[in-house]
Design a protein around this ligand. Structure first.
Ligand SMILES: [Zn+2]
Length: 214
């Protein structure tokens, strides 16, 4: 469940190997896709995690607040979707702190988790993460939904790759473009939920995998 890496620090990439699976959405909030995804999640009573870009939270505060208000986990995904392997310690510190404070002041929720843009991590990250008492999340699989392969194709890829304890990576936003189009992902979600449930999976909140739940 935990990939232990002495240089880059531990990250959670999968849950317990039972029928639980975890939905995660990166790079939002996004004006069109996020509300559509929230509607589907609420209608199906499915919890999810949203790893938000700080600058998008600043642009779309009402949406960020709504995600948190509907009980979903809100995580830190840097302020400007920075590729951490190019960033020095000071840049990382500012990116994490600014996002933490933005999410906290806008949603009223204190973030407890982080996911690195593109999955890259940095040796400088671990000390910041420990200091902030964050859990770092990776993912079990993604489906390249950002390439917009089509609604049915996104659904099919998730169905094919689902396995016990999977943390599924999807996108409700574009890390660089606040107006980016993620409606294919939003439109694929009802089918994804239907497929997973008929295969016997149950959607669980990612918060149960937090390493520091106090
Ligand atoms: Zn991202």
């Amino acid at each position: 469940m935990m990939g232990m890496d002495l240089i880059f620090g531990p990250s959670v990439e999968r849950g317990p190997r039972d029928n639980r699976i975890y939905l995660t959405f990166d790079d939002g909030p996004n004006k069109r896709a996020t509300p559509a995804i929230l509607e589907t999640l609420a209608g199906s009573r499915v919890p999810a995690a949203f790893f938000m870009v700080g600058d998008h939270v600043r642009r779309f505060p009402t949406l960020a607040r709504r995600v948190a208000g509907e009980g979903h986990l809100v995580g830190n995904h840097t302020y400007n979707h920075v590729k951490l392997h190019f960033a020095g310690p000071e840049r990382i510190r500012i990116q994490l702190k600014k996002t933490h404070e933005t999410i906290e002041s806008i949603t009223g929720v204190t973030p407890r988790s982080f996911r690195a843009p593109h999955g890259y991590r940095s040796p400088f990250l671990i000390s910041r993460i420990l200091e902030m008492r964050y859990t770092v999340f990776g993912w079990t699989f993604g489906v390249f939904d950002t390439a917009k392969p089509g609604v049915e194709e996104i659904r099919r890829r998730v169905r094919k790759r689902l396995r016990p304890g999977a943390i599924v990576l999807l996108h409700d936003g574009d890390g660089y473009d606040p107006e980016g189009d993620r409606m294919q992902t939003a439109d694929a979600l009802p089918g994804i939920i239907e497929d997973a449930r008929s295969a016997g999976y149950e959607f669980a909140p990612l918060s149960e995998l937090l390493r520091n739940r106090s």
